[in-house]
Write a protein that binds this ligand. Structure first.
Ligand SMILES: Cc1ncc(COP(=O)(O)O)c(C=O)c1O
Length: 392
């Protein structure tokens, strides 16, 4: 977060110019694709700075701009671009940093579509990617080649929560003129500040905590004015994966309560974590703050507060038992994604056929269930889990 601005100012006032719209407390949704000019000279000025002025909504829109300024300030960034999804934000960040023949080093087990854009999409255009275990920063150094232009990080990741030492990776990248891009969706800007640790670009699936209400798919990319300008003139304007003004307005509304949602989620998650760590039918709990996490020291140093994601490995004899546990949950909704007001359960076994082995070679065990803790009372969630365990 920008240290010169307090959080309430960013969330309640920054970017909002109420005198320009009748003193309305909530900003207008500027539902216009184009903006007209009174003279050729003014239009020329607009073209000279499409990111800063209002010409065409694929470039910049006043409602989206309010959100851009708030998210940039939260990340302590000079600028931010909003996208129509987190996947678009990650893709644009990566595409802006590489050309055919370049090499990327990416942390092992990133979000699946981050892997896909690097390996499958950019791979088709002659970019190669090496995936490394990021829990040891020296693995990044060992994987570098003279064509490495980008290091892609996700700390923690969103299933098993391995972290990378962001300052160490940023230092080794900067010494070699390599760009770094970090997915900060899990932590939110409140709990981790990758730019302050030397990372160049920070991406968010704003679909998750930043919006927080499971009603918008959005992405954000934050960095220096120079780098964001490069992304803007490149993949942002060419691929056109923008956030619509109405979705930006919903996101501004969601963002207003980010700190209070995160406080509540952190407290409830701590209670659920204690319950799960002591439960006889839980083999393992994955969380940056789990007592068995070998990276607890890094958690303490790098990750302030906590988020509401944790993954449990059930002590289940077969997939049918996992299904009984999940099907029995009444308060946790069973679905993908995370970060909303409502608690969710995502069973890994749902992406496999029912007769798949519990421990597929080279993949995560099917007995993992990821939980996203929302805004319900802790005892309601614990009671729900308890009756799920009873069916196991
Ligand atoms: C860690 C992480 N990064 C990026 C994404 C992609 O975001 P979106 O779904 O908003 O495109 C997700 C989505 O689940 C995610 O979990």
């Amino acid at each position: 977060m920008s240290r010169s601005m307090d959080l309430s100012y960013i969330l309640n006032h920054l970017g909002e110019d109420r005198e320009r719209y009748f003193g309305a407390v909530a900003p207008p949704i500027v539902q216009s694709s184009i903006f007209a000019f009174p003279s050729v000279a003014k239009m020329r000025e607009g073209f000279r700075d499409e990111l800063g002025r209002h010409v065409y909504t694929r470039g910049n829109n006043p409602t989206v701009e309010i959100l851009r300024r708030k998210v940039a300030a939260l990340e302590g960034a000079q600028d931010c671009l909003m996208f129509g999804s987190g996947a678009a934000a990650m893709s644009a960040g990566a595409i802006a940093c590489v050309s055919g023949g370049d090499h990327v080093v990416c942390v092992a087990r990133p979000y699946s579509w981050t892997r896909a854009v690097l390996r499958d999409l950019l791979g088709r255009f002659g970019v190669t990617t090496t995936f490394v275990d990021g829990t040891d920063a020296s693995n990044f150094e060992s994987a570098l080649t003279d064509r490495t232009r980008l290091i892609v990080l996700e700390s923690p990741n969103s299933m098993t929560f391995e972290q990378q030492d962001l300052a160490a990776v940023a230092t080794l990248a900067r010494e070699r003129g390599i760009r770094t891009l970090c997915d900060n969706s899990y932590a939110t800007p409140l709990n981790q500040s990758p730019l302050a640790l030397g990372i160049d670009l920070v991406a968010h699936s704003a679909t998750k905590y930043l919006n927080g209400h499971s009603d918008v798919v959005a992405g954000a990319l934050c960095g220096s004015a120079e780098l964001i300008g490069q992304v803007f003139r490149g993949p942002y304007m060419t691929l056109g994966a923008i956030l619509a003004p109405h979705d930006a307005w919903l996101m501004i509304r969601g963002l207003r309560t980010l700190p209070i949602r995160m406080q509540r989620i952190a407290a409830t998650t701590a209670a659920v974590l204690d319950y799960l760590q002591a439960h006889p039918r839980v083999r393992h709990v994955y969380s940056p703050r789990a007592s068995a996490n070998p990276q607890l020291a890094l958690t303490e140093r790098q990750l302030h507060g906590a988020s509401g994601l944790l993954t449990i490995e059930l002590d289940a004899p077969d997939v049918a038992a996992i299904e009984r546990f999940c099907d029995g949950l009444a308060r946790f909704l069973m679905t993908v994604s995370w970060g909303g007001y409502e608690s969710l359960a995502f069973p890994v076994c749902a992406v496999y056929p029912q007769d798949a082995p519990l421990h597929p070679a080279g993949a995560l065990p099917l007995s993992l269930v990821r939980l996203s803790i929302g805004l319900e009372d802790a005892d309601v969630l614990i009671a729900d889990l308890e009756q799920g365990f009873a069916r196991l």
